[in-house]
Ligand binder design. Structure first.
Ligand SMILES: Cc1cc2nc3c(=O)[nH]c(=O)nc-3n(C[C@H](O)[C@H](O)[C@H](O)COP(=O)(O)OP(=O)(O)OC[C@H]3O[C@@H](n4cnc5c(N)ncnc54)[C@H](O)[C@@H]3O)c2cc1C
Length: 477
């Protein structure tokens, strides 16, 4: 039988890889997806976006129940019938959500006639006569060769560890923390990016004493400064011990938990003890065992350099998702980079990823949603900047929801009124930001948006007020 030569072989079945596979198949290409796990979905589905957001939704419900009296709902006198948390059931629900979507991905692969091979994929070297060879090592040890005209690398990332530390039942990464059998009484979180802040928020809601340590001078450092400042204040109000400018020196185990020693912002040595510590200090690209040394693929601090079509320096080899240098490690960026690579391979038109059009969402309480330039970035780029800010305290729907912390901040160009960035801290910010993405994509101006009718009463009206605020004309504040 003649050897199969695929149009494209994809290594890694996370959101970047499976999206690229589906889109390539939709273009009529012959596709094979190589994934070392028996389940598709990668970090995002199994130990990232989906399980964290499932647990954060449980936390939101729990929070509503705790404040039920505010809404005129009580659970009986003297606490009889008060809500109790069944953590095992919470985890079971999370796992059922993951299983459902993993099955959905299996279905989509079959629907699009995408071949699947289970095993560790590695490039065998440069292409010969335009055909690449990928060596696939199955868990059992058997090795096979897959031939394809193009290869897309989509092997994702894993949690970085502090030097000398290994994850276990007390020193946790995103993987171990999602499998804990109980809510810890106390938790130290090292790193205040989206992952650290979300877990801190989540376990605080479930009653843990939480301390967050961040090396940089502010939390969620990619967000607008005002967002960092306000969420710090709100986290403190929730009883979270916030420490910025904190340089962790040592993490050691004690009899009952862990002790984290750090130099604080004033240069003083301090220590925090807790039952568990979460290390959330960033993610390293899985580029180590891909056979890249035999190719022209170039790396930048362990991540792969690509051009705007996601092509590496090795002809016919593409890279997408978390392993790519210079892009935020987000599932939606991975998926879009996969669609771009597929379009390029199929010879179809595409639009490259624009960094200033990527929404960033942090699903804390309250949430953060942002897109475009921060006020500082816009000024650094030479814009004369005008800012409009509207507090959720003035929005009637936020009051109905009992959730009026935060604000919408619009950063606009003073000359033409073009909206350059939108930064939301508050209820449903991760949903509201979709409007701002469209506004930026369509190069909307304050003048136009001030006259766009927003339904009443909705949280989205706060965007209308924030556009107006750029001209000093918010209605509700
Ligand atoms: C706790 C947490 C929460 C997050 N929440 C969000 C969120 O809310 N929103 C968001 O946008 N992003 C979120 N992220 C980031 C998101 O998970 C990643 O950006 C996304 O998973 C990257 O997709 P990917 O396909 O590049 O890689 P991955 O999802 O890591 O998938 C890579 C796949 O490749 C496989 N693989 C690796 N090496 C090989 C090999 N050599 N051969 C075969 N297979 C291989 C792996 O088994 C894996 O299945 C979160 C991350 C974490 C850790």
């Amino acid at each position: 039988m003649a050897e199969t030569i695929y149009d494209v072989a994809i290594i890694g079945g996370g959101p970047a890889g499976y999206t690229a596979a589906i889109r390539a198949a939709e273009y009529g290409l012959k596709v094979v997806l190589i994934e070392k796990s028996d389940k598709l979905g990668g970090t995002c589905l199994h130990v990232g976006c989906i399980p964290t957001k499932a647990l954060l939704f449980n936390a939101e419900i729990w929070d509503h129940l705790k404040h039920a009296a505010e809404f005129g709902i009580s659970f009986g006198e003297g606490g009889i019938g008060a809500p109790t948390l069944n953590w095992a059931a919470v985890l079971q629900r999370k796992n059922a959500i993951i299983a459902k979507h993993a099955k959905g991905l299996d279905f989509l692969m079959k629907k699009h006639k995408i071949a699947r091979i289970e095993g560790h994929g590695r490039l065998s070297g440069p292409a010969r006569e335009g055909v690449h060879s990928v060596e696939v090592a199955a868990a059992g040890g058997e090795v096979s060769q897959v031939k394809a005209k193009n290869v897309i690398l989509a092997t994702g990332s894993e949690a970085k560890m502090l030097p000398g530390l290994k994850p276990d039942d007390r020193i946790l990464t995103n993987i171990e923390i999602l499998a804990m059998e109980q809510v810890p009484k106390s938790l130290v979180v090292i790193g205040a990016g989206a992952v650290g802040m979300e877990f801190g928020s989540l376990f605080r809601t479930f009653g843990a004493e939480v301390a967050i340590l961040e090396f940089l001078p502010r939390v969620v450092p990619v967000e607008d400064e005002e967002v960092s400042k306000e969420i710090t204040r709100l986290f403190k109000k929730r009883g979270i011990d916030m420490n910025t400018g904190a340089k962790v020196e040592k993490v050691e185990k004690t009899k009952t938990g862990v002790k984290v020693t750090f130099i604080d912002a004033n240069g003083a040595m301090q220590a925090k003890e807790a039952e568990k510590v979460l290390v959330a200090v960033g993610r390293a690209g899985r580029t180590g065992d891909l056979g890249l040394e035999k190719t022209r693929v170039e790396l930048d601090r362990g991540l792969i350099k690509v051009n705007e079509a996601q092509e590496t320096a090795e002809p016919g080899v593409f890279a997408i998702g978390d392993i790519v240098a210079g892009l935020p490690q987000l599932a939606h960026v991975g998926a879009m980079s996969g669609m771009i690579a597929a379009a390029k391979i199929a010879g179809r038109p595409f639009r490259p990823v624009r960094r200033d059009r990527i929404p960033g969402c942090t699903y804390t309480e309250p949430q953060i949603g942002s897109v475009g330039l921060t006020e500082t970035q816009a000024k650094e780029k030479g814009y004369e900047v005008k800012v409009g800010k509207f507090p959720f305290a003035g929005n009637s729907k936020a009051t109905i929801l009992g959730s009026h912390d935060g604000f919408v901040k619009v950063v606009a160009d003073a000359k033409y009124g073009e909206i350059l960035g939108v930064h939301i801290l508050g209820p449903q910010a991760t949903e509201l930001i979709a409007e701002a993405v469209s506004v930026l994509e369509l190069e909307g101006t304050v003048e136009e948006l001030m006259f766009a009718i927003h339904a009443h009463p909705t949280l989205a009206e706060s965007l209308l007020d924030a556009y107006g605020a750029v001209e000093g004309m918010a209605i509700n504040a």
